[in-house]
Design a protein around this ligand. Structure first.
Ligand code: SF4
Ligand code: SF4
Length: 70
């Protein structure tokens, strides 16, 4: 089994700030953004390459970059 790629940072989507504009979904080339079973946008971190396009595209600051402690 291939070892999963480890990232030093991640992106989180704050549903409370999200206005469901779909900009992140349109920007993502890796199926990293999906609508979860609560009908909110969410990030699939297994698909996410941490490219940051969703983070830069979000007009409401709902996506943040977080460092992952080693
Ligand atoms: S960081 Fe890039 S790959 Fe990850 S969800 Fe955002 S746009 Fe998609
Ligand atoms: S771009 Fe931002 S506000 Fe728009 S759907 Fe994505 S997280 Fe929500």
């Amino acid at each position: 089994m291939a070892e999963k790629k480890k990232f030093k940072f991640s992106y989180v989507l704050n549903v409370a700030k999200c206005m469901a504009c779909a900009a992140c979904e349109l920007e993502c080339n890796f199926n990293g953004i999906y609508i979860d079973d609560t009908a909110n946008y969410a990030i699939n971190l297994d698909n996410c390459t941490r490219c940051g396009k969703c983070f830069r595209a979000c007009p409401s600051g709902a996506i943040s970059k977080i460092e992952i402690a080693a």
